[in-house]
Design a protein around this ligand. Sequence first.
Ligand SMILES: *Cc1c(COP(=O)(O)O)cnc(C)c1O
Length: 437
Amino acid sequence: MQSNSINKFFSVGLEDVDPAVSAAVDNEVRRQTDGLELIASENFVSEAVLQAAGTVFTNKYAEGYPAKRYYGGCEFADVVENLAIDRAKAIFGAEHANVQPHSGAQANMAVLMTALDHGDTILGMRLSHGGHLTHGHPLNFSGINYKVADYGVNKDTEQIDYDELQKIAEESRPKLLICGASAYPRTIDFARIGEIARSVGAKVMADMAHIAGLVATGLHPSPVPHCEFVTTTTHKTLRGPRGGLILCREEFAADINRNVFPGVQGGPLIHIIAAKAVAFGEALRDDFKSYQQQVINNAKVLADTLSDAGLRIISGGTDNHLLLVDVFMDGKGITGKAAEKALGDVHITVNKNTIPFDTQKPFVASGIRLGTPALTTRGMKEAEMSAIGAMIASIIHEPESEEAKAKVKQGVAEITAKFPMYPGRLKAKREESISAT
Ligand SMILES: *Cc1c(COP(=O)(O)O)cnc(C)c1O
């Protein structure tokens, strides 16, 4: 009997156990490092957050909440969940936080179950004007289970028209008004939306998934004082692991907790909650505010550069971390789909996006959405943003030019080489991992 030799199961690493998966991971590290990531909903987490997400907490069942679990052995799960809860409340000044939602969509589902009965009316922002699937899209649970009214942006300003929203709220009489967006470059007036909701007897859910990092640092007005429920993802500007978070007033705490578990989820992902705790700790530090300020500054420079190069910026600019660019310009340019492809070919990652009142189908779209959170995390500033803006414009103006492509590829390689990421994360030798794909 060998009592003290370690079972290889616990000691042999991924690169030896599964070269195929290991190579894919390595190639993804390289893809993220060697390209320019401009998808507005993405970010790069710290090595500390990555480590917390990769811990033995993945083994633990902890259905229930701290000190009220259905399983034994939850004392350390309680520690990390309590840390995550306390830090989330401190960041946002909220009375109650539920850190268990596996995603933003599930956070929203738990709130809709709390605020509504089947068949009640919700009023949410139109997807094609910047809203989210979970705010009432016909193919989503929110559009399937509830009656939906919607609002959009004004055709001239391309910004939310609050007087129009007041009118639509009076006509549709929603039980829940949903605000927040996935592709809206301007400040959202949560105070005004709160007033509109109260004037028609509705509650409000603010889904701040995209802007949570800005809200955390006071760089976007907070929805917390004005809205019964606030939801967010933790992986966008907030720069944590993939996941969701619900904030609410104490009066709704028990209902929210019950609707997350057992309402829409089973056991919480404690390893991810540990990583949320780490990310929330990072968000409470002073340097998180300077990071978020740089995200905004970078978005402005990118918007100005593209606009100077003759592209149309939706709503004329940006107040936050993202911008929407009309690349089609009524047929004078190329479609969003073509722009996404052409930029992807030169290692600039963006997503096509509909623009308000788009004439193209969603899968083609007239626009692209650009965000600066990820590149700002790498340390890039105004100088890099104007260089990147010029490269994007040159590709959109000349998508077929091999010369432009070669030049931009070279530019991307030069910029990314100056901002390395994740030292030590590459496991296999470069030749091996490339040949394995
Ligand atoms: C990203 C996003 C979500 C959904 O997040 P998932 O984690 O992908 O489910 C919900 N609402 C808004 C406004 C978002 O931008």
